[in-house]
Design a protein around this ligand. Structure first.
Ligand code: ADP
Length: 459
């Protein structure tokens, strides 16, 4: 068994199975055996089963939220927020299951009909991270099942308890064995099984760019299609015409969510020279009022880093900035609570060669850079191998358009710090991966297009 630790105090909160390879194989076999029947179910039946799962979870929110606080460290308010977000995908795809339309194309031949139909790709697999232990799974499973695919999930071994509870509620809602399976154990071995089995027709992965590359490389040998949602290095640009108060609120919401351990967390704050000092002052005032601590309480608190490696990474990035002569406005060290807690931190006076300008910080650190012109900031924002999301605050409509066109990212968010919901396509470009999750675009990742020519219709 694998011990699951509470990052807030290091206690063991539960266990998950460390499956043997033959147990993993059995789960994959079951998804393959279940596929033909599942794919032939009426769309309405798949939809109703997903809707039933949605309702079963909705009746059990408190238990899910508590589990998420314990194994992930996020606060209760955020756990409930994630449940709403994650439920949104089940609800959305329960509806979308009934709307996977095809096309007819004017025939190129006499007495013939051209049809284009969309068919589920087959049995699928997914690997998910620990930062959104609930939503990452519902987003993938709901899409796959709606399309008529079956799916084996390998959740993160840091947060398998929420995952297994999702499986349990799915079974209670009548989603059959084989349609949705779960495996935990040795991530590398399981990844190798997924990528080498030609029966698995698609893999969806959310996690680090390094692991994404390994999986995509291996999947190249079996030509298994992939959706890759990888790392980011999001710029958050505040122009001198921005609503400063809104920009500060947006910055805090986007950055401190999940203690900054989010792929779409703003990693580089570019603030116009004319408002830089005012922005930093307002941000410092706002951030200094935010509490840090264990999450089982009312209201928002910044929780711990997920593990020792996460804490050490944040500490070392801040130390490296300090050594380069950056200014630590607030925070800048491990929190007095000890354990894995880190103080919300604001760093200014950075240049684009700073280590934290190029690395995903994954912690509660606001790294602030000055800029002077629009052209300059666009160039600096794009000077990253990543391209997941970019945020901009401006009240100028022309600038908003220019920004939305010039930024190299899968998502551009203007005058808001909030990105995700079920109805929009989530995903990146460049080294942030490819493919989209959410919205009707998400379904396209799980269907094959089949062209059918029905000729000889005059006979
Ligand atoms: P993070 O830094 O967010 O933990 P990872 O990419 O390490 O990102 O982890 C994301 C998911 O990928 C987790 O479920 C983890 O267990 C899994 N994972 C890690 N290494 C591998 C690997 N070599 N092959 C397949 N999956 C892996």
């Amino acid at each position: 068994m694998i011990d699951v630790l509470n990052p807030a105090d290091g206690t063991v909160v539960g266990q998950a199975p460390a499956m043997t390879l033959s147990e993993v194989n059995s789960a994959i076999d079951r998804t393959c055996e279940a596929f033909p029947a599942w794919s032939r179910r009426l769309a309405k039946e798949r939809s109703e089963l997903l809707r039933g799962w949605f309702e079963r979870i909705r009746d059990d929110k408190a238990a899910f939220a508590e589990l998420m606080v314990k194994e992930n460290g996020k606060c209760l308010a955020e756990a409930y927020g994630e449940i709403e977000y994650g439920l949104g995908f089940i609800e959305w795809y329960a509806e979308e299951a009934k709307r996977i339309y095809g096309d007819t194309i004017p025939s190129h031949a006499a007495n013939a009909q051209v049809m284009v139909v969309k068919e589920p790709v087959g049995p699928t697999a997914a690997i998910t991270p620990w930062n959104f232990p609930f939503m990452m799974i519902t987003r993938k499973v709901a899409t796959a099942l709606a399309a008529g695919c079956t799916m084996t999930i390998k959740p993160s071994e840091e947060t398998p308890l929420t995952a297994y509870k999702l499986l349990e509620t799915a079974r209670e809602a009548g989603i059959p064995e084989g349609v949705f399976e779960m495996v935990t154990g040795n991530p590398k071995e399981i990844g190798e099984r997924f990528t080498s089995d030609t029966r698995i027709r698609k893999i969806s992965f959310t996690g680090s760019t390094a692991v994404g590359r390994t999986l995509a490389g291996a999947a190249g040998q079996t030509l298994t299609r992939m959706t890759l949602e990888l790392g980011g290095n999001a710029p958050f640009i505040v122009f001198d015409d921005a609503d400063l108060e809104a920009a500060v609120e947006g910055a805090v919401g986007a950055k401190l969510r999940n203690s900054g351990q989010v792929c779409i967390s703003p990693n580089r704050f570019y603030v116009h020279d004319a408002i830089h000092d005012r922005f930093v002052e307002a941000l410092a005032e706002r951030v200094s009022r935010i509490e840090v601590g264990e999450g089982m309480r009312d209201g928002f608190v910044v929780g711990p880093m997920i593990n020792r490696t996460g804490l050490e990474k944040v500490s070392s990035l801040v130390e490296s900035a300090r050594l380069r002569g950056a200014n630590i406005v607030i925070g800048g060290r491990a929190h007095g609570l000890g354990g894995l807690f880190y103080e919300p931190t604001i760093v200014t006076g950075l240049d684009d060669d700073a280590e934290m300008a190029r690395t995903e910080i994954f912690g509660p650190v606001f790294a602030i850079y000055r800029f002077r012109t629009e052209a300059e900031v666009i160039e600096r924002a794009n000077a990253s191998e990543y391209g997941l999301v970019a945020y901009g605050y401006t009240r100028d409509l022309g600038r908003s358009f220019r920004l939305s066109r010039a930024i190299e990212a899968g998502m551009v968010i203007l005058n808001s710090g909030s990105v995700g919901t079920a109805s929009v396509p989530f995903g990146g470009v460049k080294q942030s991966g490819y493919g989209r999750e959410g919205s009707f675009y998400g379904i396209e990742e799980y269907v094959d297009v089949k062209y059918v020519l029905m000729s000889g219709l005059d006979r």
